[in-house]
Design a protein around this ligand. Structure first.
Ligand code: CMP
Length: 136
């Protein structure tokens, strides 16, 4: 049975700055994740705080919001079979030093903050995160 989903990917400031966006998008395309829409933007710290609200109680929240708003990012709607899980597999573990060989974070991540990409962790959050960046 088919299970077509959409998920949100963010190419974070460290990866945009190093001109890795095209390479990362090729990894998605070569793994059957279709790029439906993409947008480059530079969000404010308040917008980052809204986006990462689920993490507001975490000790790294302030640093996380400062980082996501520190430079240009690219937000991408990906679509494909089991897109949420597939994208998470392609990204690898949150901390690049724990990420499996061949994953985006292993290839390009610098640290747990500068880990190059964000991906939605569930279908429900994917819907919310896509709406956050693409509604209107
Ligand atoms: P991301 O997938 O964008 O979701 C939340 C982010 O918080 C995560 O990637 C990391 O870049 C960042 N982060 C910073 N410190 C930590 C930490 N100690 N544990 C988990 N995530 C962290």
């Amino acid at each position: 049975m088919s299970n077509k989903e959409q998920t949100l990917s963010i190419i974070k400031p460290d990866a945009v700055e190093r001109n890795l966006a095209e390479k990362i998008k090729i990894i998605f395309s070569e793994n059957s994740l279709k790029i439906k829409e993409t947008k480059k933007l530079h969000i404010s710290k308040d917008e980052a705080a809204q986006f990462y609200k689920v993490h507001q109680a975490k000790p790294f929240y302030d640093q996380l919001c400062s980082y996501l708003s520190s430079g240009p990012i690219e937000v991408i709607i990906l679509e494909g079979e089991n897109a949420v899980l597939k994208n998470r597999e392609l990204m690898g573990a949150t901390d690049p030093k724990n990420a499996a060989d061949g994953t985006i974070r292993k290839l390009y991540g610098v640290s747990i903050d500068k880990n190059s990409v964000h991906g939605s962790d569930s279908v429900e959050n994917a819907r919310k995160e896509i709406d956050f960046f693409f509604k209107n």
